[in-house]
Design a protein around this ligand. Structure first.
Ligand SMILES: *Cc1c(COP(=O)(O)O)cnc(C)c1O
Length: 299
């Protein structure tokens, strides 16, 4: 069975936030391709799904938090591909399941909750899953790994005039998407990743170590996390609402809201030379906004 992802829905939109904005900015809209297999997750999962089918696996087993975009994408993509899915959820089972958890259940994902401590030792956990589920392909958190990077590199195939851009900006969780974009980018382009995490876990040096060819043109900014992963502040939500009113583009508070805020902040601080052309990657993830009260966002 083929996946019903509609890449025809990918558009490149002009982004104009303020009238006096001098920096030409476009946004690659990956958020519209599918409500559950959203944005970069489809790209990062493609080659894992292919592997699972080719090696005749029963399904995929993977891990994530209770609002995880990745788990939702895996559950939906597995179902459409005729594969089973098992989701290892970080933390004890809550009395009330989040909207995302309920959706995972409906998609037929087998949910298993583990303590945050057990989740933390990911290497051990992954090894355990390999042993426990030999018929399943184990996919690391967020689809990180070579197949994920390879899939993320395909994203730039949807940018027809790629060479016109001087800078490509994207959100960073595991850094898988940034690595893929880096590999597919052109030698004159700068890659800027905006980290959603507090701490130095996924900084550019790690990526450079793997891909020395990107030296001098890739960096991760660690000062736009708004308190850390999954955290938000009134200033961030205020910005996301104003951004939506000005551009009609919805963003998510975990990744793309922080990305767009960082872009605005860098523009305001004259970070980019006047003749720069920016490509922002809208990597999807809008479903995660369900975790904050609906009256906080205007879209
Ligand atoms: C998962 C996700 C990311 C992070 O991608 P990585 O490859 O893990 O860095 C960014 N944006 C959105 C919307 C996501 O869902």
């Amino acid at each position: 069975m083929t996946l019903s992802i509609d890449t025809d829905l990918i558009t490149i939109d002009k982004i104009r936030l303020f009238p006096e904005q001098s920096i030409d900015t476009d946004m690659l809209r990956l958020d519209k391709i599918h409500s559950q297999i959203s944005g970069n997750k489809w790209f990062k999962l493609r080659y894992y799904l292919e592997m699972a089918v080719q090696t005749k696996k029963t399904g995929l087993v993977t891990l994530g938090g209770p609002w995880s975009n990745h788990l939702l994408a895996v559950a939906a993509a597995a179902k459409i591909s005729g594969l089973q899915s098992i989701g290892i959820i970080r933390g004890e089972e809550p009395a009330h399941h989040s909207d995302t958890l309920r959706e995972l259940g409906k998609l037929g994902m087998n949910l298993q909750f583990i303590s945050r401590t057990a989740y933390k030792d990911r290497q051990l956990l992954l090894e355990r899953l390999e042993q426990e589920y030999p018929g399943f392909l184990v996919v690391d958190e967020g689809g990180r790994g070579e197949p994920g990077i390879k899939g993320a590199a395909d994203i730039l195939q949807f940018v027809p005039a790629l060479e016109q851009y001087t800078h490509i900006l994207c959100a960073v969780g595991t850094g898988t998407m940034l690595s893929g974009l880096g590999l597919a980018s052109l030698p004159h382009q700068q890659l800027i990743g905006i980290s959603s995490l507090k701490g130095e876990e996924h900084t550019a040096p790690g990526i450079l170590h793997k891909f020395p060819s990107l030296k001098g043109r890739i960096q991760v900014l660690n000062n736009f996390h708004f308190g850390g992963y999954g955290r938000h502040t009134p200033a961030l939500l205020y910005f996301m609402n104003r951004f939506f009113e000005a551009t009609h583009v919805p963003t998510d508070f975990v990744y793309t809201g922080k990305l767009c805020y960082a872009w605005m902040d860098l523009c305001a601080n004259r970070y980019f030379a006047a003749d720069s052309r920016i490509l922002l990657i809208h990597s999807g993830g809008l479903q995660g906004n369900r975790s904050i009260s609906p009256d906080k966002l205007v879209f």
